[in-house]
Design a protein around this ligand. Structure first.
Ligand SMILES: C[S@@+](CC[C@H](N)C(=O)[O-])C[C@H]1O[C@@H](n2cnc3c(N)ncnc32)[C@H](O)[C@@H]1O
Length: 371
């Protein structure tokens, strides 16, 4: 018994070939070509399953636009520059970023825009959102980052890495064992620990004190790919997502449907799945200079969200002013998105350090010759 068409397909596969890893399950549930959640669903916004920072306020995309334009200037204004967004959702962040940077001389003329998204309905929304904001900037869509043409890079990813598949491990008396997805006697999907040691479990540190571990191989591989591009062609990337210092050392995979928590195995293809992002692992995998991770609240404050809010309120009705204040609080307050969400920048280490990270100036993998 399974509760969605995709759940039935996954259960049949398991019946034929045996249990699959949680990462394989997540890849199918989100990415199955016809039935995967991120192939057909329009999840973002009040009518979807969850909301995101760019949908809360235009200030989020505007400030990131200013950050990206500053990085372009710091890089020496390369033309063209590949401006890439991973998982643009409804296109709101990029539309706000482009609108806010129209006045930066030469920036829009230099931009070659690339959007990485697997979701056709969202691609259509992105096309609509971007029309008119930046005449002459015509996006190219990609299924994967790897097909973005070479050249100097500016990359932004908000709530993208949390959707990449993770493996989970539990520490048993005999060592690390991987959490798998199997089926029970009735044919329903069930979580179960692998009876023996799987190859990946061998890679985990024996001496670890934690009871759980979570690894996002796809995230690390993508960070390595972005880092290689930056090292070769120059550039900057800014990654915003949720994930605290404990990420990677706890089982964080969660499911959301209609703005409410759901079971991880419930209705595959109709339920969002996401896991806390292990920023330290991404920074290490990138192999380039990294800045942060810093809390989203501290980052946005340093970029001037308070001042931007005040400027918007000068032209706003009392009701609009209240909405602007509420949005600011939601984005930066420590008990809302201000500390759970964090920001990591990856860069070429040659240009001046980026704005927004002054509490965490550099990480240990800043190249020795960088200033
Ligand atoms: C949680 S939404 C975030 C949307 C947007 N960045 C925002 O902040 O509103 C994730 C986005 O990434 C896309 N996506 C998820 N997994 C993907 C994958 N493996 N490859 C390409 N795009 C993916 C989704 O279609 C969606 O646009």
């Amino acid at each position: 018994m399974t509760d969605s068409e995709l759940g039935g397909l996954i259960a049949r596969r398991i019946a034929l070939t045996g249990p699959i890893s949680l990462a394989d399950f997540m890849a199918e549930a989100l990415g199955h070509p016809r039935l995967g959640y991120y192939r057909h669903a329009t999840p973002v916004g009040a009518a979807g399953d969850f909301t995101t920072a760019p949908e809360i306020s235009q200030m989020f995309g505007e400030l990131l636009g200013a950050w990206l334009a500053d990085r372009w200037l710091a890089m020496g204004q390369p033309t063209p520059v590949r401006l890439v967004e991973l998982g643009p959702g409804r296109g709101t962040l990029m539309a706000d970023a482009l609108r806010a940077t129209r006045g930066v001389p030469g920036f829009h003329a230099a931009i070659d825009l690339h959007l990485v998204d697997t979701n056709e309905p969202l691609r259509a929304a992105q096309r609509d959102a971007l029309q008119g904001f930046a005449p002459g900037i015509v996006p190219t869509w990609h299924e994967r980052f790897d097909t973005v043409p070479e050249g100097p890079l500016l990359l932004v990813a908000n709530e993208f890495f949390d959707a990449l598949p993770v493996r989970q491990f539990h520490r048993a008396p005999h060592g690390w064992v991987e959490r798998m997805v199997g089926i029970d006697e009735s044919g329903a999907l069930r979580l179960a620990l692998a009876p023996g040691v799987t190859p990946f479990a061998k890679l985990l540190p024996e001496a670890a004190v934690d009871a759980e571990a979570e690894i996002c191989e796809a995230g690390r591989a993508l960070a390595a790919s972005i880092g290689a591009r930056i090292a070769r062609d120059g550039g900057w990337a800014v990654i915003i997502d949720y994930g605290g210092e404990n990420a990677g050392r706890a089982a964080s995979l969660q499911a959301v449907r209609n703005h409410q928590g759901a079971g991880i195995l419930d209705r595959p293809g109709e339920t969002d799945l996401s896991a806390h992002v292990d920023f330290e692992a991404l920074a290490k995998a990138s192999g380039v200079a990294s800045f942060g991770p810093i809390g989203q609240g501290a980052f946005l404050r340093q970029l001037g969200i308070i001042e931007r809010g005040e400027a918007l309120k000068r032209r706003a009705s009392p009701q609009q002013a209240r909405t602007i204040d509420a949005a600011s609080v939601r984005l930066i307050a420590p008990d809302q998105m201000g500390t759970l969400f964090r920001v990591l920048a990856l860069g070429d280490g040659k240009s001046a350090p980026p704005a927004g990270f002054s509490d965490h100036p550099t990480s240990s993998n800043l190249p020795p010759d960088a200033t």
